[in-house]
Design a protein around this ligand. Structure first.
Ligand SMILES: C[S@@+](CC[C@H](N)C(=O)[O-])C[C@H]1O[C@@H](n2cnc3c(N)ncnc32)[C@H](O)[C@@H]1O
Length: 266
């Protein structure tokens, strides 16, 4: 069920913050609660939660947008993507890039965008001649990725450019794929919610809380193979039976890594 969400701002928002708050409220079709220093009911964020009965409060600020869910707080961060891009720049191997055979100019469709760490790494390698599109079924996560990818400012130029090139689409992967012609993207990728708990991290916490938990079906993987020019890649926990269930036998990934990439070549 979609959580009850309201949007508000940091105290004394400038016009840019107010504009972004309006964008969030329109995108999520939810109320925008003005923050008022003099009004007790909107001054403290916990009073906003009490008066609106919201499960999620989105607080748009000058530097970042925070998502408050109960006691927990989240914001967009390129997290692991930053480290993986740095490692690639040092000439190290990235398992997703190897599994997908992603290169400069590649086109990459990420069917399970989440907070876009994998898509950022793919976009960095594909470069400005490539194309990366990310699909996310959950409106809150799609909006967080959309805003974060295009407004995050703390990183080197190549990382920020890679983030800015990603096109975010709020949609179910299943319906998007069926509308695409054959061989539209070089690589089609899935990183569904793990059936078994993955390592704890702030990025995983928010995905566990707000992400779409539907497991990957054989039907959507077949559709993805039609849309892919070269291959479909699926990320899963090492040792999970998902690859077997989906008929994927080529597995890429370090022997000691908790995750593995299953590859279906055309
Ligand atoms: C494990 S997360 C992906 C994490 C991502 N690879 C990253 O690097 O941040 C899976 C995401 O896919 C989304 N998702 C799951 N099923 C989907 C579907 N059928 N269509 C679109 N998005 C989906 C979930 O809501 C969640 O945000």
């Amino acid at each position: 069920m979609f959580p009850k969400t309201v949007v508000t701002t940091s105290l004394e928002p400038d016009s840019v913050v107010q504009e972004r708050a309006r964008w969030w409220a329109e995108t999520l079709k939810c109320p925008l609660i003005p923050r008022n220093r003099d009004l007790e009911s909107s001054r403290a964020l916990n009073r906003v939660a009490e008066t609106t009965n919201a499960d999620v409060i989105i607080v748009v600020g000058r530097k970042a947008t925070r998502l408050l869910v109960g006691e927990q707080e989240f914001h967009f961060h390129p997290s692991m993507a930053k480290l993986r891009v740095q490692a690639l720049a040092r000439g190290q191997v990235d398992q997703l890039i190897s599994a997908g055979g992603i290169d400069q100019g590649s086109s990459f469709l990420d069917c399970t965008l989440g907070l876009a760490a994998d898509a950022i790494v793919a976009s960095y390698v594909a470069g400005s001649s490539g194309k990366v599109v990310g699909l996310e079924s959950q409106a809150l996560l799609a909006a967080l990725a959309e805003e974060g990818l295009h407004n995050y400012a703390d990183g080197d130029r190549q990382l920020l450019e890679a983030m800015g090139r990603i096109k975010v689409v709020h949609t179910q992967a299943e319906s998007y794929l069926t509308r695409l012609p054959d061989e539209t993207f070089d690589v089609v990728y899935f990183d569904p919610m793990f059936r078994h708990t993955r390592k704890k991290s702030p990025a995983m916490d928010i995905l566990r809380l707000l992400g779409n938990p539907t497991p990957l079906s054989g039907e959507v993987v077949r559709e993805a193979l039609r849309v892919a020019r070269y291959r479909v890649v699926v990320k899963e926990g090492r040792g999970c039976r998902v690859f077997e269930e989906l008929g994927i036998s080529r597995i890429v990934g370090g022997k000691y890594s908790p995750v593995a990439y299953g590859v279906l070549d055309k």
